[in-house]
Design a protein around this ligand. Structure first.
Ligand SMILES: [Zn+2]
Length: 83
């Protein structure tokens, strides 16, 4: 099992503590990379940081967890180093 697979399998989740606050998490986890409790969303991973009417994300309210951004980058860098 390679780290690179894990790094590519992250999904967008929504924090249960507040609305419109999004985190990265592993697909089978109810805890985000940064440790927040999360629930699943239908937002594709490539929509991270985007706002889109189809997903009912108000542009002025959506927040994208900066901790999770950094942690997901760290994961990808680790994956590259191990190859
Ligand atoms: Zn987070």
């Amino acid at each position: 099992m390679g780290l690179s697979k894990v790094a590519n399998d992250l999904v967008i989740t929504e924090g249960i503590a507040g609305v419109w606050f999004y985190h990265w998490a592993l697909p089978d986890s109810f805890v985000s990379l940064c440790g927040a409790r999360v629930m699943f969303t239908s937002i594709p991973a490539n929509k991270w940081g985007c706002t889109h009417k189809n997903y009912h994300i108000p542009e002025w309210e959506a927040k994208w967890c900066s901790k999770c951004v950094q942690l997901s980058k760290d994961r990808k860098e680790e994956a590259h180093e191990s190859q």
